[in-house]
Design a protein around this ligand. Structure first.
Ligand code: SAJ
Length: 426
């Protein structure tokens, strides 16, 4: 099936790299986004998100005339929907962006078009999208009513790329493709083969949706296991980092690393989509979420204890004179993404609880986001280490791993990533 023009709806962390990669294969790509500023930025050949090398690929795609961004959908042969799927207050999935995107592209659909949902979605979302499209276009036929003979082909193909390695993983990762019918799957496979070097494996839409949720829940459950171990070990006076290293010497054990909690917009969100469809059955998945979500509170308690111990050691000092430095704000090492970061949550809470000074160090950003600016000061590593009485290591950035433990002499510290505490001398 030839795809001369491809439209990518949603030009964020997934949509923009995907659009750029299609364009780099000399396909005409129409990128659609509701954010006028993002559209203008892209049309200047620039980018509004941070991802290594993406600027180069987008600049080339725009200057060669293969990528154009717009706020209003235009006709294309394939539409790829990559909009956010957050959850609401009660952890129920919010499909409003998918619904809006479906309604936006419906008027420009024509017989023979393919629509692929890439957004991570609860099971059944692709079928819902098909219903929204059909409601808007009674003149066209859809797979849910006309099967293999439908005018429009519909599939789900979840993205699985790791932030920071998006361009490489987009091309090299295998893709799970779930068409609403076999013809839908074949069409979607043809589309992805334009740039995917990995295997394109065909299944149905519901299995593809569940597959993505399963991958991220698997990771969440495994991180929860490590986080729970770290809490148990603290109680028992055991070094959790050494314990995990030793247990991982077993040929069939591979425990992940504990931390201050789980951040990002995927692993902390997607398991709830399984819980939302199977609330009584998804007991382990729900508990893992609760364990990981409660870890920042545990870290805060440890900081409070460190402050109390520091005051005990320095009876002449008042609590308002105690400076706490939080090292790291990003949701994982060596990136600048602060969204849904447990480190941000801990810093913010600390700044509001602690009457003394709270400072933050984040070598990957130049300024703090507005919500943190009022309560926190951003310092460089050296100044923070010099000024702080208590050091809270929240992200294992390269720069922090290079800090020798001797520098911390005489200071109290809470090391949530095992940067200074993982080695035990016996
Ligand atoms: N984390 C730990 N301990 C670990 C590993 C991770 O505490 O041993 C924490 C990180 O610090 C971070 C969070 O988990 O706060 C998530 O980081 P991550 O590197 O595990 O994952 P993401 O969110 O960057 O990307 C994940 C990936 N999914 C899997 O590895 C199964 C990626 O492949 C997906 O494409 C992405 O979610 C997504 O978009 O869904």
């Amino acid at each position: 099936m030839p795809f001369d023009t491809i439209s990518v709806v949603g030009l964020g962390y997934i949509g923009l790299p995907t659009a750029a990669v299609f364009a780099s294969r000399k396909k005409k790509v129409i990128g659609v986004d509701v954010n006028q500023k993002a559209v203008e930025t892209i049309n200047r050949g620039e980018i509004h998100i941070v991802e290594p090398d993406l600027d180069i690929v987008v600049r080339a795609a725009v200057s060669d005339g293969f990528l154009k961004a717009t706020i209003s959908p235009q006709p294309a042969d394939a539409f790829l929907i990559a909009v956010p799927t957050p959850f609401k207050e009660n952890h129920q999935p919010d499909l409003a962006y998918i619904e809006a995107a479906s309604k936006a592209i419906a008027p420009v659909l024509k017989k023979g078009d393919l629509v692929v949902l890439e957004s991570t979605s609860p099971v059944g979302a692709t079928e819902k999208m098909a219903v929204w499209l059909a409601e808007a276009r009674a003149d066209l036929t859809f797979p849910q009513t006309h099967g293999e003979q439908s005018d429009i082909r519909i599939a789900h193909c979840p993205e699985r790329v790791l932030p920071g390695q998006v361009l490489r993983e987009l091309v090299s990762n295998d893709r799970v493709i779930g068409g609403m019918t076999p013809a839908c799957s074949t069409a979607a496979c043809d589309l992805y083969k334009i740039f995917v070097n990995g295997d394109c494996i065909i299944t149905d839409a519901r299995t593809a949706e569940m597959c993505k949720l399963t991958e991220n829940s698997f990771r969440d459950v495994n991180i929860a296991f490590a986080n729970e171990l770290s809490i148990i070990c603290e109680e028992l006076g055991i070094n959790v980092w050494e314990l995990i290293r030793l247990a991982n010497r077993h040929p069939r054990v591979n425990i992940l690393q504990p931390g201050p909690g789980v951040g990002g917009h995927c692993i902390a969100v997607d398991p709830w989509f399984i819980v939302s469809t199977s609330p009584d059955e998804a007991r382990l998945i729900r508990t893992a979420r609760q364990v990981n979500d409660s870890k920042p509170v545990w870290v805060l308690d440890k900081v409070k204890i460190a402050i109390a111990e520091h005051l005990q050691d320095n009876p002449a000092k008042a609590i308002k004179d105690v400076t706490v430095a939080c090292l790291g704000l990003a949701f994982k090492p060596d990136i600048d993404d602060l969204r849904e970061s447990p480190a941000v949550e801990i810093c913010r809470e600390l700044a509001s609880l602690h009457v003394g000074r709270t400072v933050a160090v984040e070598p990957n950003v130049h300024e703090l986001p507005a919500k943190l600016r009022e309560s926190l000061t951003l310092l460089d590593t050296q100044t923070a280490l010099l000024e702080a009485d208590i050091i809270v290591l929240l992200v294992d950035h390269k720069q922090f791993k290079a800090i020798p433990r001797e520098v911390l002499h005489g200071k109290k510290f809470v090391d949530t990533r095992g940067v200074w505490t993982s080695q035990v001398s016996r």
